[in-house]
Design a binder for this molecule. Structure first.
Ligand SMILES: [Zn+2]
Ligand SMILES: [Zn+2]
Length: 233
């Protein structure tokens, strides 16, 4: 689910904060970089275990859940942290004393939530007025062309690069549902990761033609029936 990439964002946030503090003696070498990677993986996983679900699943969609402007101590939302977590931060002088932990966590969680609440970078430039499949001017949802649940895998296997990983298509709800019905998330990520590729599919073309003729708000049952009949005109 979304959680995999949220954990990655938490880890990256952690690494940036550790580097900005400079409490760690890290030179700019490959060895130091892998040391930082191990260190932050370990700490981010400990912190992740203490996060409430509202923070683990935080995203652009849930950005109204926590008001970052008025929250003064985000660490109060956490369940107790592993003792080793605090000990490690003290040992490496990331924090000077235990009282410094809540403010440190508050800053870290503010960075993390700011990052996960932000819209994907490509949004602003690709936002369309019409559904990209049926071309109706109706309320739109965004479809992650590389579905979130397989993004980590897609990066690892080099199917896609970081810059494209968050690409979205703007689809009305019925078209969005149709896309997920014709292909699994893995198939979408591997073979149908642009609107053009989706539109090359005969079933999507047929669906799009059908949907374009529907009045917004028509019954779901009518849509399903037509899909089953297939080429009906
Ligand atoms: Zn549509
Ligand atoms: Zn989708």
């Amino acid at each position: 689910m979304a959680s995999q990439s949220q954990l990655t964002i938490l880890k990256d946030t952690f690494a940036r904060r550790l580097l900005s503090i400079g409490g760690l003696d890290l030179q700019d070498t490959t060895e130091a970089a892998s040391g930082l990677d191990e260190f932050t993986t370990y700490l981010a996983n400990d912190l992740w275990d203490a996060l409430p679900p509202s923070m683990r699943d935080a995203s652009y969609d849930t950005r109204a859940d926590l008001d970052l402007d008025t929250e003064v101590d985000l660490s109060r939302h956490l369940t107790p942290l592993a003792v080793s977590f605090t000990d490690t931060l003290l040992t490496y002088s990331v924090i000077s004393c235990e009282e410094a932990l809540p403010p440190f966590l508050h800053k870290l969680l503010t960075d993390y939530l700011t990052a996960v609440y932000a819209p994907p970078p490509v949004w602003a430039s690709t936002r369309t007025e019409e559904c990209e499949i049926c071309e109706r001017r109706v309320p739109l949802t965004y479809h992650h062309l590389i579905p979130r649940s397989v993004q980590a895998k897609a990066l690892k296997k080099r199917w896609h690069t970081e810059s494209r990983i968050n690409a979205v298509a703007w689809l009305c709800r019925p078209c969005h549902t149709a896309v997920h019905q014709v292909a699994s998330n893995i198939e979408l990520a591997q073979h149908f990761y642009t609107v053009e590729l989706l539109l090359e599919r005969e079933d999507i073309q047929r669906w799009g033609k059908y949907a374009s003729k529907q009045r917004w708000g028509g019954t779901r049952r009518a849509a399903t029936r037509s899909m089953m009949v297939g080429s009906s005109r």
